[in-house]
Design a protein around this ligand. Structure first.
Ligand SMILES: Cc1cc2nc3c(=O)[nH]c(=O)nc-3n(C[C@H](O)[C@H](O)[C@H](O)COP(=O)(O)OP(=O)(O)OC[C@H]3O[C@@H](n4cnc5c(N)ncnc54)[C@H](O)[C@@H]3O)c2cc1C
Length: 386
């Protein structure tokens, strides 16, 4: 049986980023990935903030930038809007994932495609990883980067509960349908999405239209497509999938094991963005694994749980904010647009927002506490949410 310093289950952004650090430190790394090609098929809206990239110690590459964006323009039920400036990109997610994983491979990691991990168990202070091809690998350390299904965490007995939202997305070529995004990601809010939203993302020659919601996603998508008059007979590509909303773990780590990315449920519950949290958690897990391998102290992996639970990605205010959005009716969304004066949220101080509520919407004063919670949740989401 072949032995590795680290086996990584799943070659997405979380696993890829972890593998990059571990391979660069000179340890032997094996990626086991069930897909035929890394990153394919893409199940993503492909929005990534510039800060998210930098926060994971990475920098921009022309190969995977489709279009630069200024941030989010929120469209409200009464048709008004406001903006949230967060410079970033619409990326080519397949090329992005391949670039992250290839960087680890260039540093010495091995990649086995078409290999589905079917079980993991503890053995002799390390881990045995079994695959559907009937082979097994010995691992001193193990990274569970297997996306929203989070099987490695389940097999290791760490996962307690999983709640997720669903998203669907259709792509259109610009000659068939277009929307005046003007360099913004368009988020359309309404009560019917129950805390989710519909979106239009510009992709340099293409436009992606999608819906993220707790339930009835297909029905909401049909209604949104009708509203936006998209030519449903000209869909270039369809995608969709599950996005973690709230995962509960006894711990995100065990001796010699870390659970990262969507598998760890670190995805932002307000925007549903998970690439930045995946990259960041992968980086932290990689750094912790390097330390643990160098000192041969597998208990050090608890440090990963401590860092992630104390990080802005898992601040409980995010779930409170998501719950409050889920309770909002259309009037609340329209009110939010008026409070920020339909401008950019960065230009509105808490005092000015409070003054507008006092003078224009006094009936919302009784919700001041919730609104302050949401302001805190939104400012974390703005920085760490995509
Ligand atoms: C429709 C949709 C739109 C989205 N839009 C955005 C967006 O615009 N911006 C954003 O930031 N986030 C978005 N997300 C979320 C984002 O895609 C995820 O958060 C991100 O992919 C998480 O990365 P990851 O590496 O943790 O997991 P994944 O990217 O899911 O990678 C996991 C990998 O593990 C492999 N795997 C799983 N099980 C096994 C196994 N048993 N054996 C071997 N391999 C296995 C999978 O094949 C996969 O390659 C969207 C999600 C969806 C569904």
């Amino acid at each position: 049986m072949r032995a590795y310093d680290c086996v990584i289950v799943g070659a997405g952004p979380a696993g890829g980023r972890a593998g990059m650090s571990i391979a660069k430190a000179g340890h032997t790394v094996l990626f086991l990935e069930k897909r035929d090609v890394v990153g394919v098929p893409v199940q993503c809206g492909e929005g990534l903030s510039q800060f998210g990239l930098e926060n994971a110690g990475l920098s921009e590459h022309a190969d995977w930038v489709r279009e630069r964006v200024k941030g989010v323009r929120a469209i409200l039920p009464d048709g008004s809007d406001f903006t949230v400036t967060i410079p970033g990109y619409c990326i080519d997610r397949a090329k992005f994932d391949q670039w992250v994983v290839q960087t680890a491979v260039d540093a010495g990691a091995e990649l086995r495609l078409r290999t589905k991990v079917s079980g993991v168990h503890r053995h002799d202070g390390g881990w045995i990883v079994e695959t559907d091809r009937g082979d097994s690998f010995r691992a001193r350390t193990l990274i569970g980067a297997d996306g929203p299904a989070s099987n490695v965490a389940r097999w290791a007995g760490l996962l307690q509960q999983r709640v997720y939202v669903k998203a669907v997305e259709y792509r259109f070529a610009a000659q068939d349908w277009s929307y005046p995004c003007d360099g913004w990601l368009i988020f359309v809010y309404a009560q019917k999405y129950r805390g989710g939203y519909a979106w239009v993302f510009p992709k340099n020659g293409f436009y992606d239209v999608g819906v993220l919601a707790m339930d009835r996603v297909k029905e909401l998508m049909d209604a949104f497509c009708a509203e936006m008059r998209v030519p449903l007979d000209r869909i270039h590509k369809k995608t969709g999938g599950d996005i973690p909303l709230r995962y509960t773990f006894s711990s995100l780590a065990a001796p010699g094991l870390a659970i990262v990315g969507d598998a760890a449920g670190v995805t932002n519950p307000v925007f549903g963005g998970g690439i930045h949290p995946a990259l960041y958690s992968g980086k932290v897990a990689g750094d912790v694994a390097v330390e643990a391998l160098a000192r041969d102290e597998m208990a050090r992996f608890q440090e990963y749980d401590r860092i992630m639970k104390g990080s802005p990605f898992l601040d409980p205010v995010l779930w409170k904010t998501a719950d409050l959005f889920a309770s909002w009716d259309d009037a609340h969304y329209n009110f939010a647009g008026d409070v920020v004066d339909h401008g950019d949220t960065g230009d509105v101080t808490t005092m000015r927002a409070f003054w507008r509520i006092l003078t224009r919407h006094p009936r919302y004063l009784s919700e001041t506490r919730d609104l302050l919670t949401m302001r805190r949740g939104m400012s974390l989401t703005q920085k760490y949410g995509w």
